[in-house]
Design a protein around this ligand. Structure first.
Ligand code: SF4
Ligand code: SF4
Ligand code: SF4
Length: 232
């Protein structure tokens, strides 16, 4: 059975939020309707986002690293958000594995958000229904678009080319190939949800630092550069 999914390269994601912003823009103007915002310019802005970028800092100063984890619905192959839905509004499509919500049948009980171990459901307080990433189903099957544009908005906009889309069961797809070649992994495999979206791991990168950079005036910077790049 086909299983469409995203593959996200954590090695090249720079946390710029372009994917989240373009997701919001597309899904506010297109057929899946507005993603409500409340108090967007106030002290406590709230809103519905299908795609959120989490940023983590690791290590102790000055040896710290920052990494970014974009996260949207993972379109789990054994999605726990589906069987808990009392109305059948939450469902997984046979033909492509995309998990969707039928807004007409959703009664806003939020059971699916409790069942999702990844926090990927978004309750729209304005529409009183549950929403989440649709993998841009309204783009990927739109034959009025050129074939190269029949991809999720987040994939098309990523300036770092960190996002890939395709059928992870199809050996000819880019998504399948990236997972195999780069040791793609899923979030919390022990949850038994079998997420379709995969991540490509971060790898250590050797960087050459020119001598003139060692003349920087910041002594902390000098210490870090010497330790990492000069073996000091
Ligand atoms: S647009 Fe690309 S680089 Fe920017 S946060 Fe999203 S995945 Fe990362
Ligand atoms: S990530 Fe959460 S909302 Fe998406 S399919 Fe899996 S359990 Fe359901
Ligand atoms: S909030 Fe809607 S989609 Fe979620 S379980 Fe309740 S009825 Fe189903």
């Amino acid at each position: 059975m086909p299983q469409y999914a995203l593959v996200i390269d954590l090695n090249t994601c720079v946390g710029c939020h372009a994917c989240a912003t373009n997701c919001k823009e597309w899904n506010t103007q297109a057929s899946f309707g507005p993603l409500s915002d409340f108090d967007p310019y106030g002290r406590n802005p709230k809103g519905v986002w299908y795609n959120r970028i989490m940023t983590y800092e690791m290590g102790e100063f000055p040896d710290t690293q920052v990494f970014h984890l974009p996260k949207s619905c993972l379109h789990c192959q054994d999605a726990p958000c589906v069987p808990v839905c009392p109305t059948g509004a939450s469902y997984k499509r046979e033909q492509d594995g995309i998990v969707l919500v039928n807004y007409d049948d959703c009664i806003g009980c939020k059971l699916c958000s409790w069942a999702c171990p990844y926090g990927c459901r978004e309750f729209d307080e304005a529409d009183k229904v549950m929403k989440k990433c649709t993998l841009c189903i309204d783009r990927i099957y739109d034959e009025s678009l050129p074939p190269e544009h029949r991809k999720p908005a987040c994939v098309l906009t990523c300036p770092a080319k960190a996002r890939f889309f395709g059928d992870i069961e199809d050996p000819n797809s880019e998504a399948y190939r990236m997972i195999k070649e780069r040791n793609g992994f899923v979030l919390f495999p022990d949850m038994g949800t079998n997420p379709a979206n995969h991540y490509l791991p971060r790898t250590e990168t050797k960087v050459h630092v020119d001598e003139h950079l060692l003349e920087a005036e910041n002594p902390l910077f000098l210490e870090v550069v010497r330790r990492h790049y000069k073996g000091g």
